[in-house]
Structures are given as structure tokens and as C-alpha cells.
Design a protein around this ligand. Structure first.
Ligand code: SF4
Length: 400
């Protein structure tokens, strides 16, 4: 990242820090943190049982569901679904899981335009190069208004002024035009309630509603998103919102528990009244079953990176794909391999523990990383005096 981008990112992070302190420190938030930690602990320990329960509940709700062992499996399932919907464009909502499986890159090869509906994500998409997000809910927090204006003007061939509302309206109109004929929407989910077979999604822009009103709504979510019931799912997304945005709730919370349907004419069941006629859920494993359990407690608020001294210094170079900071580095070992983990910044971490102190579910990321470092030396990845490099050396040369 450029110095100017890092500076803008740090300014944005400081705004988030100031805005959210009162809510984060309140007694009710402390109680919610304990509750969500317990929900996540229980859910990860009982993931297989909850997964089976979710599968049954989805079927009962007329939601089609598949399990994808790998990212490629998920892409294959999506390809198969799209054959029946000859769409040239797809409405996409913000999702780390879709970034994980490289959905956009994959579908670009098939000539399908995957249009980001979240404003920050769309700005990054228009930027074309160096367009990795810097925060899970504020992906373009490193770009100032002048830079965003240039991006929008160049990519959309318009002449907007550096004025936030004007930019927002221009991007919105362009997105809606591109999605006029799209009949497929795709998103992730913030939490999944096993008992009810419901998927919970939070958003401020109203864009999930656009995605879920297409004929086919595909939802790709990690198996770690499953919690016992809807009350637990709501607790989780409420805590995520507090730590991501500094607000108690987002403008919208969608709970999707089946396709759109009506029986208002002689009790004849009809699908696809306004919303999707098919809701298809793809539950992604992709290494999660092998992961250090605490890594899966993450609720995706991004508060760790806001407070991380390394991340504030180097930006999204510290992390893997859309999974930013130390926790992202740790996850990369399971989502990819040891080498990816090493190259994502295994040895950048200062082990200061500020991420854990600022994590609402207290993931001991520094301890996990320290342990991974020990293991990494066994497979030839360790730091050397002049920078961080990989070297296949004998154990005698290892600093450990
Ligand atoms: S590791 Fe903790 S602070 Fe970081 S995104 Fe996950 S839940 Fe939030």
C-alpha cells in the first residue's frame, strides 16, 4: 500500500475507534461478549451435529443445500447452477467467503460480470488494480475522496465532482443499470441458525435486498457460521455490528428462511412472488475442520486490525486474501498451506496481543501465531537476519 493510503486508512480507523468506545465499554456489551464467546465455543465444539441439523432445517424450508469440501467444489456447484440461468451479470454482496473462493476471477473467465453492490467494494472493483480491501466492513477506508473521484470518473467515463453524495448516486445508478437483466444474486451470510434453518445477513446500504430479489439467490458461507438457533445468530451479528461500526444495529438485518412464496390464491402455493424462487446454500469447509478451533470463533468485526500496530504500519500486506491481520495469517495455514501462511506475514506479527485485547471473542491470535511459528520451522519456514525469506535449510541452521 502507498504511504498516502496508509495515512488515510489510519485516519479512518481512528474515527471508528472514537465513535465506538462508549458502546463497546457498556455493561450490556460486556454481557453480550461473554454470551457470544460461549455461543461460538459451543458451536465450534459441536459443529458436526449443528451442520447436520442445519441441513435438515434447510431442506424443511425448501432451501437447497450442498457441502463444498474445497473452494473448487464450491465453484463447481455455482457453475452448475448458472447453466440454468443464462445471466450475463450477477448481483454480489460483500462476502469474505466469496473472496476466499475467488468467485469474481473464476466467473470473469466465463464472461459473467459479477457486480459488487456494496459501495466500498464497488469502488475497489472499479479501481481494478491493488484492490484488496483494508477492513471487512470498510473495504475502501484507505482511499480519500479525491482518489475515489478519479477512480469513478476514469472507470465510468463520467465527470463527477469530489463530493460524496454525487459519487454515491453515480455509482448506485451504474450498478442498477448493469443489474437490470441480472437474474442471479450471490452473497455470504453473517450467521446461520441450525434449528430454524435461517441465514442472517446484516447491511446498511439495502444491497442484500437487491441480491435476494433475483430469481436465484446463492449463499456461500463457511461451516463455522453455524450456531444453534436464531437468538444466537442475532446475538452474534449484534456484537459484530458494535465492534465493526460502533453502532448497536445496522439499518437492515435480513433473515432468509426460504424462497419467496405466496398461497393467497385458493391456497395454491406459488414461488417467486417478489424474491428468489430458489435459495441455494453452499456450506464451505475448505480446511475449517482442520483449523485451530479458536480461529473459527471470529465474527468478522475487523476490530483487531484497527488496533494492530503492524497492520497500521503496513496495511493489508499483513493478512491473507480478504482475511486481514494476524487472524487472517493464522487462517491461511488451513485455507491454503504453510507457505501461504508464511508469506501472509507469519513473522510480521509482534506478538503484542493487542488484537486479543480488542477482540470481542478474545481469540488468542498471538499465541496461535507463536505456536505456528514453532511448527513452521519444521517445514523450513523461518526468519533470517536480513528479512523474511524461505530457505530449505537443515534444522541445525534454524534459529529455534
Ligand atoms: S479476530 Fe476478533 S477482532 Fe478480529 S475480526 Fe475476528 S472477531 Fe473481530
Amino acid at each position: 500500500m502507498k504511504d498516502s493510503e496508509l495515512e488515510t486508512m489510519r485516519k479512518s480507523f481512528n474515527t471508528v475507534k472514537k465513535r465506538s468506545n462508549d458502546i463497546k465499554d457498556s455493561q450490556s456489551t460486556k454481557r453480550l461478549e461473554s454470551r457470544v464467546r460461549e455461543i461460538k465455543r459451543y458451536s465450534i465444539e459441536n459443529n458436526s451435529e449443528l451442520l447436520n441439523q442445519a441441513l435438515e432445517s434447510f431442506k424443511r424450508n425448501d432451501i437447497e443445500v450442498s457441502i463444498a469440501k474445497t473452494a473448487q467444489d464450491a465453484l463447481n456447484i455455482i457453475d452448475e447452477l448458472l447453466k440454468h440461468y443464462k445471466t450475463k451479470s450477477i448481483a454480489k454482496a460483500k462476502s469474505n467467503t466469496l473472496g476466499e473462493i475467488n468467485l469474481k476471477g473464476h466467473l470473469a473467465d466465463s464472461g459473467i460480470d459479477v457486480v459488487e453492490t456494496d459501495l466500498g467494494d464497488r469502488i475497489l472493483q472499479l479501481k481494478k488494480t491493488d484492490n484488496k480491501p483494508v477492513h471487512p466492513t470498510g473495504p475502501a477506508s484507505h482511499l480519500n475522496i479525491s482518489k475515489i473521484t478519479d477512480i469513478v470518473n476514469e472507470s465510468l467515463d463520467v465527470n463527477v465532482n469530489p463530493e460524496a453524495r454525487e459519487i454515491m448516486q453515480t455509482v448506485r445508478q451504474d450498478v442498477l443499470n448493469r443489474l437490470k437483466d441480472a437474474n442471479v444474486g450471490i452473497s455470504g451470510a453473517n450467521a446461520i441458525a441450525a434449528e430454524e434453518g435461517s441465514l442472517v445477513m446484516v447491511h446498511n446500504e439495502g444491497n442484500i435486498s437487491i441480491v435476494s430479489l433475483k430469481d436465484l439467490h446463492i449463499i456461500v458461507a463457511g461451516i463455522d457460521k453455524i450456531v444453534p438457533c436464531l437468538e444466537d445468530a442475532i446475538s452474534l451479528v449484534k456484537l459484530e455490528t458494535i465492534f465493526a461500526t460502533g453502532n448497536y444495529v445496522t439499518s437492515y438485518m435480513n433473515v432468509i428462511s426460504g424462497p419467496s412464496k405466496t398461497a393467497d390464491i385458493e391456497k395454491k402455493l406459488l414461488k417467486n412472488m417478489y424474491g428468489a424462487e430458489r435459495v441455494v446454500v453452499i456450506l464451505l469447509d475448505n480446511g475449517r475442520s482442520e483449523a485451530t478451533p479458536e480461529c473459527l470463533y471470529c465474527i468478522g468485526c475487523g476490530n483487531c486490525v484497527v488496533h494492530c500496530p503492524v497492520y497500521n504500519a503496513v496495511g493489508n500486506e499483513f493478512g491473507f486474501n480478504n482475511y486481514l491481520g494476524g487472524r487472517g495469517v493464522a487462517m491461511s495455514k488451513f485455507l491454503e498451506d504453510d507457505e501461504t501462511c508464511y508469506n501472509s506475514g507469519l513473522y510480521m506479527c509482534t506478538l503484542c496481543g493487542l488484537c486479543t485485547l480488542n477482540c470481542p471473542v478474545a481469540i488468542p491470535t498471538n499465541e496461535i501465531i507463536e505456536n505456528m511459528r514453532k511448527l513452521s520451522t519444521d517445514v523450513g519456514f523461518y526468519p533470517k537476519a536480513h528479512g523474511i525469506i524461505k530457505d530449505n535449510v537443515s534444522q541445525n541452521d534454524s534459529p529455534y
